[in-house]
Design a protein around this ligand. Sequence first.
Ligand code: TXE
Length: 501
Amino acid sequence: MEPEKCCESGCIPCERDPDGKEPIDLCNYIGGEFVCHSGNEWKNVLEPATGHRFARVPLSTPHDVDSAVKAARAAQPAWGALSQSERVGWLDRIADALEARYEDIASLESRDTGKPISLARAVDAHRSVANFRFFADLLREQEQEIFEMPDATNFVVHKPVGIGALITPWNLPLYLLSWKVAPAIGMGNCVVCKPSELTPMTANLLMQVIDDVGLPAGVVNLVHGDGVGAGAPLVANSDIDLVSFTGGTDTGEKVAASAAPSFKKLSLELGGKNASIVFADCEMDSTVAGVVRAGFLNQGQVCLCGSRVLVEDSIYDEFRDRFVDAVEVMRVGDPSDEDTDLGALISSEHIEKVRGYIELAKEEGGSLLTGGLPCVPTGFEHGNWMAPTVIEGLSPDSRCSTEEIFGPVVTLHRFSGEDEAVAIANNTRYGLAGSVWTSDLERGKRVSEALETGMVWVNTWLHRDLRVPFGGVKDSGIGREGGRWSLGFFSEAMNVCVKHD
Ligand code: TXE
């Protein structure tokens, strides 16, 4: 018997809080207070795995955005005037308080995004804490840059930019939000965060943590909502000095157009269509495992995923067969099950987008080697499920081989020789990341440097040193964050030249 619908969105009865109340209604966090939004519109927050509504997120208005920006502006002078070590102390306290809620982060993130709990722990919760600790340590080590001349000394001073808009997507919610908040406030800025309306829960938890540690009011503010009501007004707000955006390329284009007229400082981390390039001299077992992980981690919903696998002709058949076998043993199911490898996709709209690409692949001449079908685990009939899908036979110029699909879909391509591999890999509007698998490390480095991307891994993937530059080229964005690149982005470098006799 179909369960009755509990609200206009057609979702099914959600788990009631223990006392049977309605799902959690989230609030904005402005000027150190949890406050209601000024509008009366809400968006249901649905569990991707079950379709259950387990919270409601406010669809904030430009008025709410303005209040948050004003609170940030009011707080910035005092915050910017603190010493670096005082601000670093606050990053430490936030990291400690987040670490104490490690399991809450993991379970909320898994519930909110549909990703397996094991991944939410190992990647999302771990990196959210690590981001605050990393930037605290990096700032502690910072020394003033001085350039001596025979008759003068140059002192480089890093000043806060001012008020930052931090806009984040749904695939790695707290991992990406903490990656921006930590260096932004560490460098003396105050910020307004705008998390994705699809996955607001851990951003809400971060505000609870910030409130609990007693961070000065207005240093970090958060406005929930969608792009129209909150995101776009935030970028356009005349008192925003800086925008750090992670999301889709199409949205990034709108953000850039809005930020440009007032010369706001801008960092865009956008989509990707990354190639995993497999040479015949690779170590087969570890390469198959590594390329499967690169293709399907987080259900393929990571901008760095290797969604195109380029395989040298001489080993193509063997690699293809082993790759498909490895894909087919991945366990798709309940995200809360420790043994699950792949969870649900973020939304029904997104799964339709991905399904559309699979249909397009068939029209473009591709052959499905596995997947392409929903695979609904028992008891999760209202979730967004798709079997991991591998397609071969597509032209490298096809839409499915050049456009970002952002789901559990990988296309296989043959190549002969380095030049053809590089040409295929670069044959897309994106330029974010890639990986090269070969026992010849010189070749690995040579091929990597020929790729039009911001990052490449050799014989590994997503092996992250937070000190390195992170970002892409072409339609994958502009700017770099990570390590000193974050400190540089979230500050204005000033040179003071002092003449001496
Ligand atoms: O991103 P959006 P979504 C890609 C992936 C995905 C596509 C859309 O292809 O299918 O982007 O994903 C806010 N001004 N990536 O919908 O729409 C929005 O509310 C200001 C790659 O998540 O770009 C959300 O908080 N803000 C990416 C954030 O922008 C606006 C990860 C991202 O939303 C806005 C995720 C506007 N006009 C998706 N419109 C990666 N690089 O990792 C929306 N927003």
